[in-house]
Design a protein around this ligand. Structure first.
Ligand code: ZN
Length: 485
């Protein structure tokens, strides 16, 4: 009897605590409208981005396939199109094709900021899948179509439009502003951003903030949230390719062994895929869920407000979909496999690749020893190829983050602004040695379907988003004048 009363009392207490914490985690789940009609319009910006798309600045792992003249022609076009910007900034080339601009501020004692993006684009694939020629810059029914309209010539052009306009008005920033536009981000970025970092080191240039591509303002990305979400990347996961190798005797496939090198490898791959690394909540995703929690449904709020008790349930729910799962664990994806070179030949060796994205707290060595345990006794050789741990996480408790979020709020008033962990990689992390804070954000409001067009077919940007981008960078440059905070 006493036990029953104690249990009931505990249950009541628990319910009271959960309710109280959920109430304190107050609801702000009202729906707000989307990208407001822009107060100012910049038709020239649309024309200019359309022209910029026509330069076929496609990068390839095999450099000999790249049309370098397209890059040179793009540089000349920028110079001709933005005379005021070019008059107020100095320009130099890093590794021939990466553009570096410097807009000298009035106060040299303040650390400058760097706005960065990349000139190169990925190949367009099968032209038949495109509704419009990807390099024609077609403008139709409020959209500009083409490769690079979202990833990421839009960033270069909206930055230039903003500077051209400010320079024409006679504005000079207090703090120096640098621009750096790499030429090989889509193929690793070592010659562009990688060399740029070395260049900045040699010049003794240190940035208080680097702003690169990354998050955006997205709609309908999280179930239950009726408002657009502006995500600022404050860090990114690590990257590693794990090579699994198995071997067996060769021979003719008409007299096979019970297991071939490839079938042994296949079993190992299945074992790795069905043994996910443990889930956990690291600071960047936690910060995101705490920010977004008040805008979520009651049931989600109950869970997020009471993670002290419900974390296992939360991790279980997150692990159910690929996007959530990527935020809570180091993921491993089998992407490539190779056996023999002919259909009727037994392979003597088989090789498979597991692409790993490392969560903060896991090192490449941790993952290798985990996989070794999973594959213990199977005769599989494990090697690593290209391994980079997770990036540093930039704090959100900085004047730079505050200036950035104020600018986003000004341009996208309906958006909930949140830090987040990027699960893909970018050039941004290369700047760690020369920057205090690195944030990743693109000022465009996108539907999930629009995001899916990047690196795919029918990439396009709305005219409203081009206007938003110009307004954003104009405000951002002004917001970084020291007297603004
Ligand atoms: Zn990009």
């Amino acid at each position: 009897m006493i036990i029953t009363i104690t249990t009931a009392a505990l249950f009541l207490l628990l319910t009271a605590v959960i309710t109280l914490r959920t109430i304190r985690f107050s609801s702000r789940a009202e729906a707000l409208e989307h990208l407001p009609k822009q107060r100012e319009q910049f038709p020239l910006a649309v024309t200019h981005l359309s022209e910029a798309i026509r330069f076929k600045t496609v990068s390839h792992y095999d450099r000999s396939l790249t049309d370098w003249e397209a890059f040179t022609a793009f540089h000349a076009w920028l110079e001709k199109t933005y005379p005021h910007a070019h008059a107020c900034m100095s320009r130099d080339m890093i590794n021939t094709y990466t553009l570096h601009y410097r807009w000298e501020g009035r106060r040299s004692e303040i650390d400058p900021i760097l706005l960065t993006a990349h000139q190169d684009v990925v190949p367009v694939g099968d032209l038949d899948h495109w509704e419009h020629d990807p390099f024609a810059g077609v403008i139709e029914e409020g959209y500009l179509w083409g490769r690079g309209t979202l990833d990421v010539k839009n960033q270069i052009i909206t930055i230039f439009e903003a500077i051209e306009q400010l320079a024409a008005e006679g504005y000079t920033p207090e703090r120096s502003i640098h621009l750096c536009f790499g030429h090989d981000e889509e193929v690793g970025g070592s010659e562009g951003a990688g060399s740029a970092v070395e260049y900045f080191k040699q010049q003794g240039i240190h940035f208080s903030m680097v702003l690169d591509e990354g998050g955006a303002v997205t709609e309908h990305m999280l179930e239950g949230i009726n408002r657009p979400i502006a995500t600022i990347g404050i860090g990114e996961k690590g990257y590693m390719d794990l090579v699994l190798k198995s071997s067996s005797a060769g021979g003719h496939a008409s007299m096979p062994l019970q297991q071939t090198a490839l079938s042994t490898l296949a079993r190992a791959i299945v074992d790795v895929q069905s043994s996910p690394m443990p889930a956990r909540l690291t600071p960047a995703p936690l910060q995101m869920f705490k920010t977004l929690g008040p805008y979520m449904s009651v049931s989600s709020r109950i869970v997020i407000a009471n993670l002290w008790l419900l974390k296992p349930l939360f991790l279980k729910i997150m692990g159910r979909n690929p996007a959530g799962n990527a935020m809570i664990r180091t993921t491993m994806a089998a992407t490539m496999a190779h056996g023999s070179d002919a259909a009727n030949v037994l392979p003597t060796e088989a090789e498979g690749i597991i692409n790993v994205r490392l969560l903060h707290g896991d090192s490449p060595e941790d993952v290798i020893s985990y996989v070794q345990q999973v594959l213990h006794g199977q005769g599989i050789i494990i090697e690593r190829r290209r391994a980079e741990g997770p990036s540093a996480i930039s704090t959100t408790d900085s004047p730079e983050f505050e200036r950035l979020t104020k600018t986003i709020a000004d341009i996208f008033p309906a958006a909930v602004i949140t830090p987040y962990l990027m699960v893909g990689g970018s050039d941004a992390r290369k700047y760690e040695p020369i920057a205090d804070h690195i944030y990743r954000f693109c000022p465009y409001q996108l539907e999930a379907t629009e995001l899916g067009r990047m690196h795919s077919y029918n990439e396009r940007i709305s005219v409203q988003n081009i206007y938003a981008g110009v307004r954003f960078f104009t405000s951002l440059i002004r917001a970084f004048d020291p007297q603004q905070i």
